[in-house]
Structures are given as structure tokens and as C-alpha cells.
Design a protein around this ligand. Structure first.
Ligand code: MRU
Length: 366
């Protein structure tokens, strides 16, 4: 097992070099046993990395896709007309969006890249390529800043000796750095507040076991791993005082898509009278959707359920058995005590309160 301190953990993703460089990602399929960096040189490699969860978590796939637009842009010869580059970017945007449908951050980031290219087309292809790289880097820097702001707004919820339950991984590995739900824990730790964390393993792909447990332990946070089906018993027996999770898309009324199992945890939290918090950056809100029923839910192969995760990949179920494997579920706003964002805290979670705080992304200036 790799024991990495936060300072020795490689960045989740990073652009290396100039416009001719490449995207480097930490391969999350192999954690925690192998720490491997993967080089991404073109959009097909990136699509596969997103699809197979080598890079995952809503904000991180948004940042990765922004760099994907750079990889596409640089295939256009500098002597071409700008509209050739715009065409390539439009096709790439649709292609990258098709890798994973639920997290809106992916669409948000590629659309932002496209609008920069359209607004600045007059500067020519060579300059546009440079500007797109700068834009992707600024999306990444903003993501890091939003995570730190979420940490500051969320830390007051972590009372001394709190017992916190989390689901999936909404940490540094799911963002440019620091995380969303876990950013609140890192900030509370920085402030010297003592607390304990229970991490759901998060079947079928075990992001809780493989990633959250690893990331928190590496940061010297007191973390205990449990199976998903233990959450109710642990809430009662261990007196969980707070649940905090991330989000993949939040509709205008506050209904929230997050990793499958989040809805069950929210119901359990309500039954035990435990506050249930969602932490997410502005880029995770989709105010074009009225409610959660409009959020597309990714379905993944049944082999993720029938076969054991990890290198052995042994089949544990009867061959040919029917499966259903939605990767996300919707937690209704009525079960969410508060949404912690980079702009502040939304509580109670209502559409007017969301619209008062979250504004659609600003249009780029030409
Ligand atoms: O399928 P994944 O691992 O990409 O799912 C990730 C989650 O559901 C996270 O909770 C969410 O993206 C928030 S990450 C800050």
C-alpha cells in the first residue's frame, strides 16, 4: 500500500510544458496500491481516461475536458482559418461530453472553452491555441480557489468531536486540489478542530475505500472505512453528527445528483435527525434544469456489479444474470439541510435561495 503524505501525492491532473506539451493525470483506477501517472496526448486518450475513471469526480473531469479542448485545438495547423479551429472544437466538445453525461462540470468547461475561441477568433489560430491553454489553466486555478472557498464556508459545520459520514470521493482526487466535501474537513483540521470520519466504501467501484480512505489517511485524518450497508447502524451506534457529500449536478430547485447510494444515505440521515450537507462549486449547478428528474443518469456495465473490482476481476454472480447499474442517484432538495458552495451556504435549500447566490457563468469578452 502506498503511504503518501499530502505533499508527496502527485497532483490529480496537470498540464506539462507549453502548447506542445501534454496532460498528466494520476491514474485513479490503480489507487491505492499503485501510484502511476498517465500521459494524455490526444482527445481519444482523454475520452477513454474519463470513461474508465482514470480521472473522475465532477470538477476534475471538467478541468480535464478543458485541456482536451487544447489537445484538439493544437491539431489545427497555425496557417488555417480560425473557423476550421472552431469547427474542430465544436466536434470535440460533443465528443468529450459523450464520455460521461451526469456531471455538468464537463459540459460547463468545454462550453466555456468554446465560447472563448468564438469570442477571440479574430486573433488567428496560433494565438487562439495559446489563449485556450491559458483558459484551461485558469479554469484549473479557479477550481482550486473554489475548493478552498468551499472549505472556508463549510468548516463551521464541523464542531469539535464531530463524527462525520461521507460517501464516494469528493476530495482532492475529484478536483484540481483540496476537494469539495473533504475541503471542509481539511480546513477544520487546519483550524485544529478534532473530528472523526466514517467513509462508505461506495460500491460498485469503491471510490470510498480506494480513494477517500487513502486520501484522508494520507492527510492524518482519523478515518474508519465501512461497507455501504452499515451506514444506518453506524449512524445510530457511533452517533454520527453530520453527513457531507459532493455533487455531480444540482438542479434549480436543489435536487442533487451524486454517486449512487447518496439518496439512501440522505434518507438514513433524515431518519436519524442528522444534518445532511452537499458541498459543490458554482460550476456544478445547472439552473437550466427545473428539478432532478431532468438530470441524465449514467448507466455503466453490469460487469462492474458481477465481477470483483481490482486485478482479479473474478465473476461473483451467476453467468448471464440481469443487472442494473446506475452510477448516480438524485437526492431531493427536501432531504438536504444545506448546500455549501464557494459563494456561501444555501440553507434552507430552495430555488429562490439558489438563484440569489448562483449566477449563470459570465459571458467571455471578445
Ligand atoms: O463516478 P465518479 O467517481 O466520477 O463519481 C464521483 C462523485 O459522485 C463525487 O461525489 C462527485 O463527483 C463530487 S466530486 C467533488
Amino acid at each position: 500500500l502506498s503511504h503518501l503524505s499530502p505533499s508527496s501525492r502527485p497532483p490529480t491532473l496537470q498540464w506539462i510544458g507549453s502548447i506542445d506539451g501534454h496532460l498528466q493525470i494520476l491514474d485513479q483506477r490503480k489507487l491505492p496500491t499503485i501510484t502511476e501517472l498517465v500521459t494524455i496526448q490526444n482527445t481519444e486518450e482523454l475520452w477513454n481516461a474519463i470513461k474508465t475513471l482514470a480521472v473522475r469526480g465532477a470538477p476534475a473531469i471538467g478541468v480535464a475536458a478543458a485541456y482536451g479542448m487544447v489537445l484538439a485545438a493544437r491539431t489545427v495547423p497555425p496557417s488555417s482559418q480560425s473557423n476550421i479551429l472552431i469547427d474542430v472544437l465544436e466536434t470535440t466538445a460533443d465528443y468529450l461530453k459523450s464520455a460521461r453525461p451526469t456531471a455538468v462540470n464537463l459540459a460547463w468547461a468545454v462550453d466555456r472553452m468554446l465560447s472563448v475561441a468564438i469570442a477571440q477568433r479574430a486573433v488567428g489560430v496560433r494565438q487562439l491555441q495559446q489563449r485556450l491553454l491559458q483558459e484551461a489553466q485558469s479554469i484549473q486555478a479557479q477550481d482550486t480557489a473554489m475548493c478552498l472557498a468551499i472549505g472556508r464556508h463549510g468548516a463551521p459545520f464541523i464542531k469539535p468531536n464531530a463524527r462525520i459520514l461521507t460517501h464516494c470521493n469528493a476530495g482532492a482526487l475529484a478536483t484540481s486540489d483540496h476537494g469539495t466535501a473533504l475541503a471542509t474537513l481539511y480546513e477544520a483540521q487546519r483550524q485544529g478542530i478534532p473530528f472523526q470520519v466514517y467513509a462508505d466504501e461506495t460500491r460498485p467501484l469503491l471510490q470510498g475505500a480506494r480513494l477517500t480512505a487513502w486520501e484522508l489517511a494520507a492527510s492524518n485524518i482519523d478515518v474508519t472505512l465501512i461497507c455501504d450497508n452499515m451506514a444506518g447502524m453506524v449512524m445510530r451506534e457511533k452517533q454520527i453528527s453530520l453527513v457531507i457529500v459532493g455533487a455531480d449536478r444540482i438542479a434549480a430547485n436543489g435536487d442533487t445528483a451524486n454517486k449512487i447510494g447518496t439518496y439512501s444515505v440522505a434518507l438514513l440521515a433524515r431518519a436519524h435527525n442528522i444534518p445532511f450537507l452537499v458541498a459543490a462549486p458554482t460550476s456544478t449547478f445547472d439552473l437550466t434544469l427545473k428539478d432532478g428528474s431532468q438530470i441524465p443518469i449514467e448507466e455503466r456495465p453490469g460487469s462492474e456489479i458481477t465481477n470483483s473490482p481490482g486485478p482479479s476481476n473474478e465473476c461473483l454472480a451467476p453467468p448471464g444474470i440481469k443487472t442494473y447499474n446506475p452510477a448516480f442517484d438524485i437526492t431531493p432538495a427536501s432531504l438536504i439541510t444545506a448546500i455549501v458552495t464557494d459563494q456561501g451556504v444555501i440553507s434552507p435549500v430552495t430555488e429562490p435561495a439558489i438563484r440569489a447566490l448562483i449566477h449563470p457563468p459570465a459571458k467571455q469578452n471578445p
